[in-house]
Design a protein around this ligand. Sequence first.
Ligand code: AMP
Length: 549
Amino acid sequence: MHGLMMHKQLLISSLIEHADRHHGDTPIVSRRVEGDIHRYTFRDCHRRARQMASALTGLGVQPADRIGTLAWNGYRHLELYYGIGGMGAIVHTINPRLHEDQVAYIANHAEDQYIFFDMTFLPLIKLIAGRCHTVKAFIAMTDQAHMPTDAGIDNLLCYEDLLQQGSCDYAWPDLDEDAACTLCYTSGTTGNPKGVLYSHRSSLLHTYAAALPDALNCSARDVILPVVPMFHVNAWGLPYIACMVGAKLVFPGPALDGQSLFELLEAEQVTLSAGVPTVWQGLLGHLEVTGQRFSSMKRTIIGGAACPTAMLHTFQEIFGVAVLHVWGMTELSPIGTIGTLKARHLVMSPAERNAVQSKQGRAVFGVDMKIVGTDGVELPWDGATSGDLMVRGPWVVRDYFRNEGECSPLLEHAGQTWFLTGDVATIDGDGFMQITDRSKDVIKSGGEWIGSIDLENIALSHPSVAQAACIAAKHAKWDERPLLIIVRKAQAALTREDLLAFYDGKIAKWWTPDDVVFVDTIPLGATGKVLKNCLREQFGDHLLVKVVS
Ligand code: AMP
Protein backbone atom coordinates (compact mmCIF):
# COMPACT_ATOMS: atom_id res chain seq x y z
CA MET A 1 0.00 0.00 0.00
CA HIS A 2 1.34 3.45 -0.93
CA GLY A 3 1.23 6.37 1.45
CA LEU A 4 -1.30 9.07 0.79
CA MET A 5 1.00 12.07 0.70
CA MET A 6 1.41 14.50 -2.19
CA HIS A 7 4.06 13.69 -4.71
CA LYS A 8 5.90 16.89 -5.49
CA GLN A 9 9.03 16.69 -7.61
CA LEU A 10 12.21 17.88 -5.89
CA LEU A 11 13.40 20.64 -8.23
CA ILE A 12 16.17 23.24 -8.20
CA SER A 13 13.67 25.95 -9.20
CA SER A 14 11.76 25.37 -5.94
CA LEU A 15 14.78 26.66 -4.00
CA ILE A 16 14.89 30.09 -5.64
CA GLU A 17 11.08 30.24 -5.62
CA HIS A 18 11.12 29.59 -1.86
CA ALA A 19 13.88 32.15 -1.31
CA ASP A 20 11.88 34.78 -3.21
CA ARG A 21 8.59 34.04 -1.40
CA HIS A 22 9.93 33.70 2.12
CA HIS A 23 13.20 35.64 2.10
CA GLY A 24 12.64 38.00 -0.80
CA ASP A 25 14.44 40.97 0.80
CA THR A 26 17.49 38.96 1.85
CA PRO A 27 20.54 40.46 0.13
CA ILE A 28 22.98 38.90 -2.30
CA VAL A 29 26.21 40.90 -2.42
CA SER A 30 28.86 40.35 -5.12
CA ARG A 31 32.27 41.77 -5.83
CA ARG A 32 32.25 42.13 -9.61
CA VAL A 33 35.08 41.49 -12.00
CA GLU A 34 35.21 45.28 -12.50
CA GLY A 35 36.01 45.59 -8.77
CA ASP A 36 32.81 47.32 -7.59
CA ILE A 37 30.24 45.84 -5.23
CA HIS A 38 26.83 44.82 -6.59
CA ARG A 39 23.81 44.37 -4.32
CA TYR A 40 20.36 43.01 -4.88
CA THR A 41 17.96 40.50 -3.29
CA PHE A 42 16.70 36.96 -3.72
CA ARG A 43 13.58 38.49 -5.28
CA ASP A 44 15.68 40.25 -7.93
CA CYS A 45 17.70 37.10 -8.52
CA HIS A 46 14.55 35.02 -9.05
CA ARG A 47 13.15 37.54 -11.52
CA ARG A 48 16.35 37.67 -13.54
CA ALA A 49 16.82 33.87 -13.43
CA ARG A 50 13.35 33.45 -14.95
CA GLN A 51 14.11 36.13 -17.50
CA MET A 52 17.30 34.30 -18.43
CA ALA A 53 15.42 30.99 -18.72
CA SER A 54 12.95 32.73 -21.05
CA ALA A 55 15.78 34.31 -23.09
CA LEU A 56 17.51 30.94 -23.44
CA THR A 57 14.26 29.38 -24.59
CA GLY A 58 14.17 32.13 -27.22
CA LEU A 59 17.66 31.11 -28.32
CA GLY A 60 16.33 27.61 -28.88
CA VAL A 61 17.84 25.97 -25.78
CA GLN A 62 16.06 22.67 -25.12
CA PRO A 63 15.72 20.58 -21.94
CA ALA A 64 18.91 18.55 -21.33
CA ASP A 65 21.07 20.90 -23.45
CA ARG A 66 24.40 21.61 -21.77
CA ILE A 67 25.25 25.27 -21.22
CA GLY A 68 28.80 25.99 -20.09
CA THR A 69 29.96 28.63 -17.61
CA LEU A 70 33.49 29.92 -17.06
CA ALA A 71 32.83 32.23 -14.18
CA TRP A 72 33.71 33.39 -10.67
CA ASN A 73 31.35 33.39 -7.72
CA GLY A 74 28.89 36.17 -8.45
CA TYR A 75 25.22 37.06 -8.88
CA ARG A 76 25.12 36.41 -12.64
CA HIS A 77 26.57 32.95 -12.11
CA LEU A 78 23.85 32.34 -9.50
CA GLU A 79 21.18 33.46 -11.99
CA LEU A 80 22.57 30.91 -14.44
CA TYR A 81 22.52 28.17 -11.79
CA TYR A 82 18.79 28.69 -11.42
CA GLY A 83 17.89 29.97 -14.88
CA ILE A 84 19.52 27.09 -16.79
CA GLY A 85 18.80 24.35 -14.25
CA GLY A 86 15.26 25.59 -13.60
CA MET A 87 14.27 25.49 -17.29
CA GLY A 88 15.41 21.85 -17.56
CA ALA A 89 18.75 22.46 -19.27
CA ILE A 90 22.07 21.57 -17.63
CA VAL A 91 24.51 24.05 -16.09
CA HIS A 92 27.97 22.88 -17.00
CA THR A 93 30.43 24.68 -14.74
CA ILE A 94 33.93 24.59 -16.25
CA ASN A 95 37.10 25.06 -14.21
CA PRO A 96 38.97 28.00 -15.82
CA ARG A 97 42.22 27.01 -14.11
CA LEU A 98 42.59 24.07 -16.48
CA HIS A 99 44.81 24.20 -19.55
CA GLU A 100 42.99 25.46 -22.67
CA ASP A 101 43.26 21.99 -24.28
CA GLN A 102 41.38 20.46 -21.34
CA VAL A 103 38.76 23.25 -21.36
CA ALA A 104 38.16 22.64 -25.08
CA TYR A 105 38.08 18.86 -24.51
CA ILE A 106 35.51 19.25 -21.73
CA ALA A 107 33.29 21.67 -23.72
CA ASN A 108 33.33 19.28 -26.70
CA HIS A 109 32.77 16.18 -24.59
CA ALA A 110 29.80 17.85 -22.90
CA GLU A 111 28.59 19.18 -26.28
CA ASP A 112 27.98 22.61 -24.78
CA GLN A 113 25.52 24.70 -26.83
CA TYR A 114 26.48 28.06 -25.34
CA ILE A 115 29.24 29.17 -23.00
CA PHE A 116 28.82 32.06 -20.57
CA PHE A 117 32.03 33.65 -19.33
CA ASP A 118 33.29 36.36 -17.00
CA MET A 119 35.43 38.98 -18.75
CA THR A 120 38.52 37.70 -16.90
CA PHE A 121 38.33 34.63 -19.11
CA LEU A 122 38.10 36.43 -22.48
CA PRO A 123 41.71 35.44 -23.34
CA LEU A 124 40.82 31.79 -22.64
CA ILE A 125 37.66 32.06 -24.78
CA LYS A 126 39.75 33.47 -27.64
CA LEU A 127 42.01 30.42 -27.43
CA ILE A 128 39.21 27.86 -27.43
CA ALA A 129 36.47 29.56 -29.50
CA GLY A 130 37.44 27.92 -32.80
CA ARG A 131 37.83 24.51 -31.16
CA CYS A 132 34.45 24.18 -29.44
CA HIS A 133 32.49 22.45 -32.16
CA THR A 134 29.00 22.51 -30.67
CA VAL A 135 29.01 26.02 -29.20
CA LYS A 136 26.61 28.36 -31.02
CA ALA A 137 27.64 31.52 -29.15
CA PHE A 138 29.80 32.78 -26.29
CA ILE A 139 28.04 35.08 -23.86
CA ALA A 140 30.08 37.70 -21.97
CA MET A 141 28.69 38.10 -18.44
CA THR A 142 28.64 41.86 -18.51
CA ASP A 143 26.68 44.83 -19.82
CA GLN A 144 26.98 46.65 -23.14
CA ALA A 145 29.27 49.31 -21.64
CA HIS A 146 31.87 46.68 -20.73
CA MET A 147 31.72 44.60 -23.89
CA PRO A 148 35.05 44.18 -25.67
CA THR A 149 35.24 46.08 -28.96
CA ASP A 150 37.78 43.93 -30.79
CA ALA A 151 37.39 40.45 -29.29
CA GLY A 152 37.75 38.72 -32.64
CA ILE A 153 35.02 36.22 -31.74
CA ASP A 154 32.26 35.98 -34.35
CA ASN A 155 29.47 34.67 -32.20
CA LEU A 156 29.77 36.90 -29.13
CA LEU A 157 26.69 37.97 -27.15
CA CYS A 158 26.21 40.30 -24.18
CA TYR A 159 24.60 38.89 -21.00
CA GLU A 160 22.53 41.94 -20.13
CA ASP A 161 21.30 42.37 -23.72
CA LEU A 162 20.31 38.71 -23.86
CA LEU A 163 18.53 38.97 -20.51
CA GLN A 164 16.44 41.89 -21.76
CA GLN A 165 15.04 39.63 -24.48
CA GLY A 166 13.55 37.33 -21.83
CA SER A 167 10.19 37.69 -20.09
CA CYS A 168 9.85 38.08 -16.31
CA ASP A 169 6.54 36.19 -16.56
CA TYR A 170 8.33 32.95 -17.36
CA ALA A 171 6.99 30.08 -15.20
CA TRP A 172 9.25 27.21 -14.19
CA PRO A 173 8.31 23.94 -15.89
CA ASP A 174 7.32 20.92 -13.81
CA LEU A 175 10.25 18.61 -14.51
CA ASP A 176 11.05 15.06 -13.58
CA GLU A 177 13.14 15.25 -10.38
CA ASP A 178 15.53 12.64 -11.81
CA ALA A 179 16.37 14.94 -14.74
CA ALA A 180 19.92 16.25 -14.79
CA CYS A 181 20.53 19.87 -13.72
CA THR A 182 24.29 20.34 -13.31
CA LEU A 183 27.45 18.89 -14.81
CA CYS A 184 30.90 19.19 -13.29
CA TYR A 185 34.07 17.55 -14.63
CA THR A 186 36.72 16.24 -12.30
CA SER A 187 40.31 15.34 -13.03
CA GLY A 188 40.31 13.44 -9.76
CA THR A 189 40.83 10.17 -11.56
CA THR A 190 43.43 9.22 -14.12
CA GLY A 191 42.97 9.89 -17.84
CA ASN A 192 40.71 12.54 -19.31
CA PRO A 193 38.47 14.61 -17.02
CA LYS A 194 35.19 12.87 -16.21
CA GLY A 195 31.77 14.48 -15.96
CA VAL A 196 29.60 14.06 -12.88
CA LEU A 197 25.98 14.74 -13.75
CA TYR A 198 23.83 15.79 -10.79
CA SER A 199 20.05 15.49 -10.86
CA HIS A 200 17.47 17.84 -9.36
CA ARG A 201 16.63 15.18 -6.81
CA SER A 202 20.22 14.42 -5.80
CA SER A 203 20.96 18.13 -5.45
CA LEU A 204 17.88 18.78 -3.31
CA LEU A 205 18.56 15.82 -1.02
CA HIS A 206 22.18 16.96 -0.66
CA THR A 207 20.95 20.46 0.20
CA TYR A 208 18.62 19.21 2.95
CA ALA A 209 21.36 17.07 4.48
CA ALA A 210 24.13 19.67 4.22
CA ALA A 211 22.10 22.36 5.98
CA LEU A 212 21.42 20.26 9.13
CA PRO A 213 22.78 21.43 12.53
CA ASP A 214 25.40 18.68 12.74
CA ALA A 215 26.33 19.31 9.11
CA LEU A 216 26.94 22.92 7.99
CA ASN A 217 24.32 24.25 10.42
CA CYS A 218 22.95 26.98 8.15
CA SER A 219 20.02 29.27 8.95
CA ALA A 220 18.29 32.50 7.97
CA ARG A 221 20.51 34.23 10.54
CA ASP A 222 23.64 33.37 8.59
CA VAL A 223 25.65 35.43 6.15
CA ILE A 224 27.49 32.95 3.92
CA LEU A 225 30.56 33.73 1.84
CA PRO A 226 31.62 30.78 -0.34
CA VAL A 227 35.27 31.18 -1.31
CA VAL A 228 35.11 27.69 -2.79
CA PRO A 229 34.38 28.35 -6.45
CA MET A 230 31.01 27.85 -8.08
CA PHE A 231 32.93 26.02 -10.82
CA HIS A 232 33.97 23.35 -8.32
CA VAL A 233 31.07 21.08 -7.25
CA ASN A 234 28.56 23.91 -7.02
CA ALA A 235 30.57 25.72 -4.34
CA TRP A 236 29.93 22.72 -2.08
CA GLY A 237 26.17 23.29 -2.43
CA LEU A 238 26.16 26.67 -0.64
CA PRO A 239 24.24 28.55 -3.39
CA TYR A 240 21.43 26.00 -2.95
CA ILE A 241 21.63 25.89 0.86
CA ALA A 242 21.43 29.70 1.13
CA CYS A 243 18.14 29.68 -0.81
CA MET A 244 16.71 26.80 1.21
CA VAL A 245 17.35 28.49 4.58
CA GLY A 246 17.20 32.14 3.49
CA ALA A 247 20.79 33.08 4.39
CA LYS A 248 22.38 36.23 2.96
CA LEU A 249 24.94 35.36 0.28
CA VAL A 250 28.21 37.20 -0.31
CA PHE A 251 30.27 36.44 -3.43
CA PRO A 252 33.96 37.39 -3.59
CA GLY A 253 34.30 37.41 -7.40
CA PRO A 254 37.91 37.12 -8.53
CA ALA A 255 39.47 38.82 -5.44
CA LEU A 256 40.58 35.85 -3.34
CA ASP A 257 43.65 37.32 -1.63
CA GLY A 258 43.69 37.64 2.18
CA GLN A 259 43.12 41.40 2.28
CA SER A 260 40.19 41.46 -0.17
CA LEU A 261 38.53 38.51 1.55
CA PHE A 262 38.94 40.04 4.99
CA GLU A 263 37.49 43.37 3.84
CA LEU A 264 34.41 41.64 2.43
CA LEU A 265 33.99 39.34 5.44
CA GLU A 266 33.98 42.37 7.72
CA ALA A 267 31.98 44.76 5.53
CA GLU A 268 29.16 42.24 5.08
CA GLN A 269 29.41 40.77 8.61
CA VAL A 270 29.83 37.24 7.29
CA THR A 271 29.12 34.45 9.82
CA LEU A 272 30.09 31.39 7.76
CA SER A 273 32.66 30.92 5.04
CA ALA A 274 34.03 27.95 3.10
CA GLY A 275 37.24 27.15 1.27
CA VAL A 276 40.31 24.97 0.84
CA PRO A 277 43.17 25.25 3.38
CA THR A 278 45.39 27.23 0.97
CA VAL A 279 42.86 30.07 0.82
CA TRP A 280 42.70 30.25 4.60
CA GLN A 281 46.48 30.31 4.80
CA GLY A 282 46.40 33.52 2.75
CA LEU A 283 43.73 35.03 4.99
CA LEU A 284 45.44 34.02 8.26
CA GLY A 285 48.76 35.32 6.89
CA HIS A 286 47.11 38.69 6.25
CA LEU A 287 45.71 38.81 9.80
CA GLU A 288 49.09 37.93 11.25
CA VAL A 289 50.68 40.89 9.49
CA THR A 290 47.91 43.42 10.23
CA GLY A 291 46.86 42.19 13.68
CA GLN A 292 43.20 42.43 12.62
CA ARG A 293 40.51 40.14 14.05
CA PHE A 294 37.16 38.82 12.80
CA SER A 295 34.19 40.65 14.26
CA SER A 296 31.40 38.44 12.91
CA MET A 297 32.72 35.12 11.57
CA LYS A 298 31.59 32.22 13.72
CA ARG A 299 32.30 29.14 11.59
CA THR A 300 34.48 28.22 8.68
CA ILE A 301 34.14 25.17 6.47
CA ILE A 302 37.51 23.72 5.48
CA GLY A 303 37.74 20.89 2.98
CA GLY A 304 39.04 19.74 -0.37
CA ALA A 305 42.32 18.84 1.34
CA ALA A 306 43.20 17.94 4.91
CA CYS A 307 42.89 20.83 7.37
CA PRO A 308 46.24 21.12 9.20
CA THR A 309 45.99 20.91 13.00
CA ALA A 310 47.85 24.24 13.30
CA MET A 311 45.12 25.91 11.22
CA LEU A 312 42.43 24.39 13.43
CA HIS A 313 44.22 25.75 16.46
CA THR A 314 44.63 29.25 14.99
CA PHE A 315 41.00 29.56 13.92
CA GLN A 316 39.51 28.08 17.09
CA GLU A 317 41.81 29.10 19.94
CA ILE A 318 43.17 32.40 18.62
CA PHE A 319 40.24 33.76 16.60
CA GLY A 320 37.29 31.97 18.23
CA VAL A 321 36.06 30.71 14.83
CA ALA A 322 34.77 27.11 14.89
CA VAL A 323 36.17 24.89 12.14
CA LEU A 324 33.96 22.44 10.25
CA HIS A 325 36.35 20.01 8.63
CA VAL A 326 34.62 18.47 5.62
CA TRP A 327 35.55 15.59 3.34
CA GLY A 328 33.87 15.18 0.01
CA MET A 329 34.32 14.60 -3.69
CA THR A 330 32.90 15.91 -6.94
CA GLU A 331 31.36 12.44 -7.22
CA LEU A 332 29.54 13.05 -3.90
CA SER A 333 27.92 16.41 -4.74
CA PRO A 334 30.34 16.87 -2.71
CA ILE A 335 29.65 16.31 1.01
CA GLY A 336 30.43 12.94 2.58
CA THR A 337 31.63 13.55 6.13
CA ILE A 338 31.79 16.52 8.50
CA GLY A 339 33.81 16.75 11.72
CA THR A 340 31.07 18.09 14.01
CA LEU A 341 31.80 16.98 17.56
CA LYS A 342 29.59 14.73 19.65
CA ALA A 343 28.59 15.64 23.22
CA ARG A 344 31.34 13.53 24.76
CA HIS A 345 34.02 15.49 22.89
CA LEU A 346 32.98 18.78 24.47
CA VAL A 347 34.68 18.01 27.78
CA MET A 348 38.02 17.38 26.08
CA SER A 349 40.95 19.81 26.21
CA PRO A 350 41.33 22.05 23.14
CA ALA A 351 44.30 19.97 21.97
CA GLU A 352 42.33 16.71 22.24
CA ARG A 353 39.36 18.28 20.45
CA ASN A 354 41.59 19.56 17.66
CA ALA A 355 42.94 16.04 17.22
CA VAL A 356 39.38 14.75 16.74
CA GLN A 357 38.57 17.60 14.36
CA SER A 358 41.72 16.94 12.32
CA LYS A 359 39.96 13.78 11.21
CA GLN A 360 37.66 14.17 8.22
CA GLY A 361 34.54 13.58 10.29
CA ARG A 362 31.31 11.61 10.55
CA ALA A 363 29.09 10.57 7.65
CA VAL A 364 26.10 12.87 7.13
CA PHE A 365 22.76 11.08 6.94
CA GLY A 366 22.35 9.82 3.37
CA VAL A 367 25.98 8.75 2.97
CA ASP A 368 26.87 5.24 4.02
CA MET A 369 30.58 4.45 4.23
CA LYS A 370 32.91 1.58 5.03
CA ILE A 371 36.55 0.60 4.72
CA VAL A 372 37.69 -2.58 3.04
CA GLY A 373 41.06 -4.37 3.09
CA THR A 374 43.03 -5.59 0.07
CA ASP A 375 41.48 -9.03 0.60
CA GLY A 376 38.01 -7.53 0.12
CA VAL A 377 37.01 -7.93 3.77
CA GLU A 378 35.31 -5.06 5.59
CA LEU A 379 37.59 -3.61 8.28
CA PRO A 380 36.76 -2.68 11.89
CA TRP A 381 36.01 0.86 13.05
CA ASP A 382 38.91 0.96 15.52
CA GLY A 383 40.59 4.19 14.45
CA ALA A 384 43.75 2.28 13.56
CA THR A 385 43.07 -0.18 10.74
CA SER A 386 43.09 1.53 7.37
CA GLY A 387 41.53 0.37 4.11
CA ASP A 388 39.90 1.54 0.88
CA LEU A 389 37.05 3.93 1.58
CA MET A 390 33.75 3.14 -0.14
CA VAL A 391 30.52 5.13 -0.06
CA ARG A 392 26.94 4.85 -1.28
CA GLY A 393 23.94 7.15 -1.21
CA PRO A 394 21.42 9.13 -3.25
CA TRP A 395 23.90 11.92 -4.10
CA VAL A 396 26.81 9.61 -4.98
CA VAL A 397 27.73 9.18 -8.67
CA ARG A 398 26.27 6.14 -10.49
CA ASP A 399 28.26 6.60 -13.68
CA TYR A 400 30.25 9.33 -15.40
CA PHE A 401 28.67 11.38 -18.19
CA ARG A 402 29.07 9.76 -21.62
CA ASN A 403 31.39 7.20 -20.09
CA GLU A 404 31.14 5.06 -23.20
CA GLY A 405 33.43 2.08 -23.16
CA GLU A 406 35.04 3.07 -19.87
CA CYS A 407 34.64 0.93 -16.78
CA SER A 408 32.01 1.78 -14.19
CA PRO A 409 33.12 3.70 -11.10
CA LEU A 410 31.00 1.34 -8.99
CA LEU A 411 31.69 -2.10 -7.58
CA GLU A 412 29.67 -4.80 -5.91
CA HIS A 413 30.62 -5.56 -2.33
CA ALA A 414 28.75 -7.82 0.08
CA GLY A 415 25.65 -7.76 -2.10
CA GLN A 416 25.49 -3.98 -2.44
CA THR A 417 26.73 -1.40 -4.95
CA TRP A 418 29.44 0.98 -3.72
CA PHE A 419 31.57 3.80 -5.11
CA LEU A 420 35.28 3.30 -4.52
CA THR A 421 36.58 6.74 -3.52
CA GLY A 422 40.31 6.20 -4.12
CA ASP A 423 40.95 7.46 -0.59
CA VAL A 424 42.43 5.22 2.09
CA ALA A 425 41.09 5.80 5.59
CA THR A 426 40.50 4.64 9.15
CA ILE A 427 37.18 4.99 10.97
CA ASP A 428 37.05 5.23 14.77
CA GLY A 429 34.44 4.02 17.24
CA ASP A 430 32.60 7.37 17.06
CA GLY A 431 32.36 7.02 13.27
CA PHE A 432 35.04 9.67 12.58
CA MET A 433 36.75 8.86 9.30
CA GLN A 434 40.38 9.86 8.81
CA ILE A 435 42.12 9.88 5.44
CA THR A 436 45.53 8.25 5.74
CA ASP A 437 46.52 7.91 2.09
CA ARG A 438 45.20 7.96 -1.46
CA SER A 439 45.22 4.98 -3.82
CA LYS A 440 44.35 7.10 -6.88
CA ASP A 441 47.21 8.51 -8.83
CA VAL A 442 46.69 12.25 -8.66
CA ILE A 443 48.13 15.33 -7.01
CA LYS A 444 46.01 17.91 -5.22
CA SER A 445 47.67 21.31 -5.13
CA GLY A 446 45.85 24.11 -3.32
CA GLY A 447 42.60 22.18 -3.72
CA GLU A 448 43.00 21.69 -7.50
CA TRP A 449 43.92 18.47 -9.27
CA ILE A 450 47.08 17.91 -11.28
CA GLY A 451 47.13 14.73 -13.35
CA SER A 452 50.31 12.76 -12.68
CA ILE A 453 49.77 10.63 -15.78
CA ASP A 454 49.77 13.71 -18.03
CA LEU A 455 53.02 14.92 -16.48
CA GLU A 456 54.61 11.48 -16.87
CA ASN A 457 53.54 11.23 -20.50
CA ILE A 458 55.16 14.57 -21.31
CA ALA A 459 58.39 13.53 -19.53
CA LEU A 460 58.39 10.24 -21.43
CA SER A 461 58.10 12.08 -24.73
CA HIS A 462 61.48 13.75 -24.01
CA PRO A 463 64.18 11.95 -26.01
CA SER A 464 66.52 11.64 -22.99
CA VAL A 465 63.98 10.08 -20.57
CA ALA A 466 63.88 6.30 -20.11
CA GLN A 467 61.38 6.08 -17.23
CA ALA A 468 59.26 8.67 -15.43
CA ALA A 469 57.04 8.72 -12.37
CA CYS A 470 55.28 11.73 -10.90
CA ILE A 471 54.23 11.78 -7.26
CA ALA A 472 52.49 14.14 -4.87
CA ALA A 473 55.20 15.57 -2.61
CA LYS A 474 54.16 17.38 0.57
CA HIS A 475 54.32 21.17 0.30
CA ALA A 476 54.09 23.76 3.08
CA LYS A 477 51.83 26.17 1.14
CA TRP A 478 50.03 24.12 -1.49
CA ASP A 479 49.65 20.88 0.55
CA GLU A 480 50.94 18.83 -2.40
CA ARG A 481 53.05 19.64 -5.47
CA PRO A 482 54.19 17.40 -8.33
CA LEU A 483 57.66 15.89 -8.08
CA LEU A 484 59.21 14.03 -11.03
CA ILE A 485 61.29 10.93 -10.50
CA ILE A 486 63.30 10.26 -13.66
CA VAL A 487 65.56 7.56 -15.04
CA ARG A 488 67.69 9.06 -17.83
CA LYS A 489 68.55 7.14 -20.98
CA ALA A 490 72.12 5.85 -21.02
CA GLN A 491 74.61 8.63 -21.76
CA ALA A 492 71.88 11.28 -21.78
CA ALA A 493 72.96 14.55 -20.18
CA LEU A 494 69.49 15.76 -19.25
CA THR A 495 69.28 18.45 -16.54
CA ARG A 496 66.42 19.44 -14.23
CA GLU A 497 66.14 22.80 -16.03
CA ASP A 498 66.01 21.19 -19.50
CA LEU A 499 63.23 18.87 -18.46
CA LEU A 500 61.14 21.51 -16.68
CA ALA A 501 61.50 23.86 -19.70
CA PHE A 502 60.18 21.00 -21.84
CA TYR A 503 56.76 21.45 -20.12
CA ASP A 504 56.36 25.06 -21.35
CA GLY A 505 53.16 25.48 -23.34
CA LYS A 506 52.14 21.83 -22.95
CA ILE A 507 50.27 22.24 -19.66
CA ALA A 508 48.88 25.01 -17.46
CA LYS A 509 51.95 26.77 -15.99
CA TRP A 510 50.97 25.87 -12.40
CA TRP A 511 51.04 22.16 -13.28
CA THR A 512 54.83 22.32 -13.92
CA PRO A 513 56.58 19.95 -11.47
CA ASP A 514 58.41 21.67 -8.62
CA ASP A 515 61.51 19.55 -8.91
CA VAL A 516 63.12 16.57 -10.62
CA VAL A 517 64.94 13.74 -8.85
CA PHE A 518 67.18 11.59 -11.08
CA VAL A 519 67.43 7.95 -9.98
CA ASP A 520 68.93 4.74 -11.40
CA THR A 521 65.75 2.67 -11.13
CA ILE A 522 62.09 3.13 -10.38
CA PRO A 523 60.47 0.38 -8.25
CA LEU A 524 57.89 -1.71 -10.14
CA GLY A 525 55.23 -4.06 -8.78
CA ALA A 526 54.41 -7.58 -9.95
CA THR A 527 52.27 -6.32 -12.83
CA GLY A 528 54.94 -3.87 -13.98
CA LYS A 529 53.17 -0.85 -12.46
CA VAL A 530 55.25 1.81 -10.75
CA LEU A 531 55.04 1.44 -6.96
CA LYS A 532 54.00 4.99 -6.23
CA ASN A 533 53.58 4.33 -2.51
CA CYS A 534 57.29 3.34 -2.28
CA LEU A 535 58.25 6.52 -4.12
CA ARG A 536 55.99 8.60 -1.87
CA GLU A 537 57.63 7.05 1.18
CA GLN A 538 61.09 7.78 -0.16
CA PHE A 539 60.55 11.21 -1.72
CA GLY A 540 57.30 12.48 -0.17
CA ASP A 541 59.16 15.01 2.05
CA HIS A 542 61.58 16.07 -0.69
CA LEU A 543 60.07 19.54 -1.14
CA LEU A 544 59.85 20.17 2.61
CA VAL A 545 63.55 19.54 3.15
CA LYS A 546 64.72 21.13 -0.09
CA VAL A 547 63.85 24.73 -0.93
CA VAL A 548 63.32 24.62 -4.68
CA SER A 549 64.18 27.73 -6.69
P1 AMP B 1 37.30 16.83 -5.58
O1 AMP B 1 36.54 15.86 -6.36
O2 AMP B 1 38.13 17.75 -6.41
O3 AMP B 1 36.45 17.57 -4.59
O4 AMP B 1 38.37 16.03 -4.72
C1 AMP B 1 38.01 14.98 -3.84
C2 AMP B 1 39.23 14.44 -3.18
O5 AMP B 1 39.92 15.47 -2.45
C3 AMP B 1 38.96 13.35 -2.18
O6 AMP B 1 38.79 12.09 -2.77
C4 AMP B 1 40.20 13.45 -1.30
O7 AMP B 1 41.30 12.76 -1.88
C5 AMP B 1 40.50 14.93 -1.28
N1 AMP B 1 39.86 15.57 -0.12
C6 AMP B 1 38.69 16.24 -0.08
N2 AMP B 1 38.45 16.71 1.16
C7 AMP B 1 39.49 16.32 1.93
C8 AMP B 1 39.81 16.46 3.31
N3 AMP B 1 39.05 17.14 4.16
N4 AMP B 1 40.96 15.89 3.73
C9 AMP B 1 41.78 15.21 2.91
N5 AMP B 1 41.52 15.04 1.60
C10 AMP B 1 40.39 15.58 1.11
